[in-house]
Design a protein around this ligand. Structure first.
Ligand code: ZN
Ligand code: ZN
Length: 550
């Protein structure tokens, strides 16, 4: 409990503690088992609990507040820290602050608590983007079936900001009757799935991360979107700005005195704060309000700017769909060009493109070209970089292809310096046009190579080789800080899907563009916002040893 006071920034006081404790017990009475099992899981996973400690927690669950305070002190420091930080258990309970605090507590206290616990701290980062997306999709489907489809769904939180990992998945359900809708959904959900049901909110235990759904009225949508999209530092700054203008920003409304201002959308909310609309991907930047005030927000690259996708796989390697299937999906997305880039012979993919099959694939692509004259289909390859920095496909084969991608799918246990040497050799290869997923990171699992990336990007710029922002959920690489560094150094940048299934082409490109936007990239800085002639010129400049001009 001490941690709650620390979070609130106020001194513990007995009457308030009693109040808080009662309110928490009310939640526990509603759903006594799940929250603590989640707590145990969270704590045990970090090796912070012994069997004795688990028992302690069980007693903690049943304790009254005096005993609670006593038991709390006996928990290991790590477990106390988890509770203090408002990791899983407390955060679940503040999905709807009315539940935690009781509706009769002062409004500002409730607001401050949620503000304090709005999840955006990096140590909470848990759900990789791809899984967050799947969970949001599944939750919408199941809740829609359980409670009826709301008027609208909005994704908020880290998923909306294209954070590579988020602490949880958060959604808004817009409906004229949020309380009724939330109650209906809560009643329909199985007990072991529902963690907390509030007056108008739900927290759901999706394994292993929570999904938080806030049901809101349509007139609250603009404020709620800004509020729950976060991150909390941005919301705090907007609140301060509102205050300076004689307004009050809450999760439900922008108010002047007793009156809620009518806001058509987020744009209108920012306008009331005398600001231009701030793109969600920039809201995590500390300097963003200054940029907005001075009218110098960058004009970010948009999905609609993308003219082609230069990295995807088919049944010729480990993709699921045929060349025609990928072409059909690319046309549906409005692309003007695309490249088929299957894995080379030594890749550790489940299937690879053998040298003999490259000719067969060329024939198949030619046949599909005849049927799809409105899109340019490039034949490329994703070549594995060998241990000595050479490629596993002879130049005589590569030079017949339209574009060559090169990648490492492992490090051979090499030091960063050695990996960089391999990259430098491959960058100087006149037939290599793109380095894919350069850091080889896996969001939430592997941090990726700790290279001197500035040197890699300088060499990419010097040799006219692109580095890629790969939108596949398992890569999301380059990550935004590295993409920003690459752009600052002047390395050509591509955003690709690295897609293995036709129906995911669009989604993975959106992830990639989201990362590019997080990196504050403009359309001009992304090579595949240009037409196919620019791509061909880019490839031939390197092949002919001419410098490439952006
Ligand atoms: Zn790859
Ligand atoms: Zn690939």
């Amino acid at each position: 409990m001490a941690g709650v006071y620390r979070a609130l920034g106020r001194a513990p006081d007995a009457a308030h503690l009693a109040h808080l404790s009662t309110a928490i017990r009310r939640v526990l009475d509603h759903q006594p088992r799940t929250p603590w099992s989640l707590l145990r899981r969270a704590v045990e996973a970090q090796g912070l609990l012994t069997g004795r400690d688990s028992e302690l927690l069980e007693r903690l669950r049943r304790a009254d507040h005096d005993e609670l305070a006593q038991l709390y002190r006996r928990l290991p420091a790590g477990a106390r820290a988890l509770i203090r930080q408002g990791q899983h258990p407390l955060r679940h309970r503040v999905a709807d602050e009315d539940v935690l605090l009781g509706a009769d507590l002062e409004r500002h206290l409730a607001t401050d608590l949620v503000d304090t616990l709005l999840p955006d701290s990096p140590e909470d980062a848990l759900v990789p983007l791809g899984r967050a997306w799947m969970q949001a999709k599944q939750a919408r489907k199941e809740l829609g079936a359980a409670a009826g489809a709301p008027d609208a769904w909005h994704i908020v939180g880290g998923l909306r900001r294209t954070d590579p990992v988020s602490p949880d998945v958060a959604l808004l359900a817009v409906t004229a009757e949020p309380e009724t809708w939330a109650r209906r959904a809560a009643d329909a959900l199985p007990r072991d799935v529902l963690v907390v049901a509030g007056h108008r909110g739900l927290a759901i235990a999706a394994d292993p991360e929570p999904i938080v759904v806030h049901a809101i009225r349509p007139e609250a949508a603009a404020s709620s979107l800004v509020w729950y999209t976060g991150p909390r530092a941005h919301v705090r700054e907007l609140k301060a700005r509102a205050h300076g203008l004689g307004l009050e920003l809450t999760r439900d409304a922008l108010r002047r005195g007793e009156h809620d201002l009518v806001l058509a959308d987020e744009l209108a909310l920012y306008a009331r704060l005398e600001l231009p609309f701030i793109p969600v991907e920039l809201r995590s930047r500390p300097e963003v309000l200054d940029l907005a005030v001075s009218g110098t927000l960058p004009e970010l690259v948009d999905v609609a700017d993308i003219q082609g996708d230069l990295h995807m796989h088919t049944v010729y390697s480990d993709g699921r769909d045929s060349v025609a299937g990928m072409v059909h999906a690319s046309r549906a997305l409005g692309y003007r060009y695309m490249a088929i880039t299957d894995h080379s012979p030594t890749a550790r993919a489940s299937r690879v493109l053998t040298l003999e099959r490259i000719a067969a694939q060329a024939e198949e692509i030619a046949a599909v070209r005849a049927l799809a004259p409105d899109i340019t289909i490039l034949q490329g390859i994703e070549c594995d970089i060998q241990e000595d920095g050479s490629l596993d496909v002879p130049d005589s084969v590569l030079e017949r292809l339209d574009i060559v991608l090169a990648s490492m799918h492992e490090s051979f246990g090499h030091s960063p310096a050695r990996i960089l040497q391999r990259y430098e050799r491959v960058l100087r290869h006149p037939l290599v046009n793109v380095i894919t997923h350069p850091a080889n990171r896996a969001p939430g699992r592997l941090p990726g190579y700790a290279l001197a990336f500035a040197r890699l990007f300088e060499e990419a710029a010097r040799t006219g080789t692109a580095v890629e922002i790969d939108g596949a959920p398992g890569h999301l690489d380059l990550d935004p800080p590295l993409a920003e560094l690459a752009a600052a150094i002047g390395a050509p940048l591509l955003v690709d899907s690295d897609c293995h299934m036709a129906e995911r082409l669009g989604r993975q490109m959106r992830f990639g563009v989201g990362l590019a936007r997080r990196a504050a990239l403009t359309k001009r800085q992304v090579l595949n916002t240009r037409d196919v002639n620019a791509i061909r010129a880019f490839v031939s400049a390197k092949r002919e040893g001419r410098p490439w001009q952006a």
